[in-house]
Design a binder for this molecule. Structure first.
Ligand SMILES: [Cu+2]
Length: 326
């Protein structure tokens, strides 16, 4: 079987999952409701598990949602990178009239969230560009070196729906392949240790709890960042489908502690491998902790095992289902 055949089979599998995974829209934030109900899905099987989606309309009108970030153009809005001086990244969003959009609503403290990662899921950055009067967004380039990058613009045009558009951007240079790190439930960043409890399950809401400590002590004075104690983005291996997940509770609501644990309600659109990126703020700096997680019917990673050093094949880094060799 060649790669193309494998991929189309994979896509069909995803389509089947999406047929019942409409709840993902709540978490994907920017979602693409299909104009028509293309799958005769019913609400069967969706009445169990997880908090209320807060939007009772799902049961009556079942639509097929795509995760965010897969489209460069959606609902009349298009993400267009523009030529920028060295060291800068610039782009525009054009609207249904073909003109650059100049009015955006604030969401999570900002009018524009720009997320980038290489296609191999390395190099994640989450930055906030500045809008010029002509509709051009500019930011110091977050593209940290050669590779094929995916840039996600997560925004709400004034008068429109939240959207996440994605575009590939190539930075020339010697490519260095990075295998997806093995699934793990603990990681370190900037001197912090972050642990992950919970595993996402396709088609239903799963609680993921991330706990931050430093020098063996729980961090209990996390600082609000973008209106929350943590920001979690998940990217799916294979197509970089983008899920922006928000934590339970709001700083200052009188019941949400400032750490050490931040809990998220996450719903992934399919089985497979995802890379999670947790942005949290402490010591007046933003830190990003990264995890690989496997969703679906896969062996549950053993918390005590740091890495699959006893994996059955020496090619463990490439053993993820769906990874096509040529
Ligand atoms: Cu942001």
């Amino acid at each position: 079987m060649n790669t193309a055949t494998k991929l189309s089979g994979f896509a069909l599998g995803l389509a089947a999952v999406f047929g019942t995974a409409y709840g993902v829209g709540h978490l994907a934030g920017p979602v693409t409701p299909a104009a028509e109900t293309r799958h005769d899905a019913t609400d069967a099987g969706h009445d169990s598990g997880g908090p209320d989606h807060g939007d009772g309309g799902h049961a009556a009108t079942v639509t097929t949602h795509l995760p965010g970030g897969l489209l460069v153009s959606d609902r009349g809005y298009t993400l267009q990178p523009v030529t920028a001086p060295a060291g800068e990244f610039a782009f525009r969003i054009t609207g249904p009239d073909g003109r650059p959009v100049t009015r955006f609503d604030v969401a999570h403290d900002k009018r524009m969230h720009l997320i980038v990662a290489r296609r191999d899921l390395s190099g994640f950055r989450h930055v906030h560009p500045e809008l010029a009067a002509d509709g051009t967004w500019r930011v110091a380039s977050p593209l940290a070196g050669p590779g094929v990058w995916r840039a996600f613009a997560d925004f709400t045009p004034t008068g429109g729906e939240p959207l996440t558009l994605g575009v590939d951007v190539t930075v020339p240079g010697a490519l260095e392949h990075r295998s997806l790190p093995a699934p793990a439930t603990s990681t370190t960043v900037d001197g912090y240790t972050v642990t992950l409890a919970g595993a996402p399950q396709p088609g239903r809401t799963s609680r993921l709890t991330l706990t931050v400590s430093r020098d063996g002590r729980p961090v209990t004075d996390l600082q609000p960042y973008l209106g929350a104690y943590g920001h979690l983005v998940a990217l799916r291996q294979g197509d970089l489908a983008y899920l922006h997940v928000h934590p339970e509770g709001t700083p200052g609501d009188g019941r949400t502690p400032a750490g050490p644990a931040v809990t998220f309600a996450a719903e992934v659109p399919s089985a497979g491998a995802y890379r999670l990126y947790l942005d949290f703020r402490h010591g007046d700096a933003v830190h990003t902790a990264e995890f690989t997680v496997l969703a679906g019917d896969q062996p549950t990673p053993t918390p005590a095992a740091p890495a699959p050093t006893t994996a059955p094949t020496p090619d463990a880094g490439h053993g993820t289902p769906g990874h096509g060799h040529s």
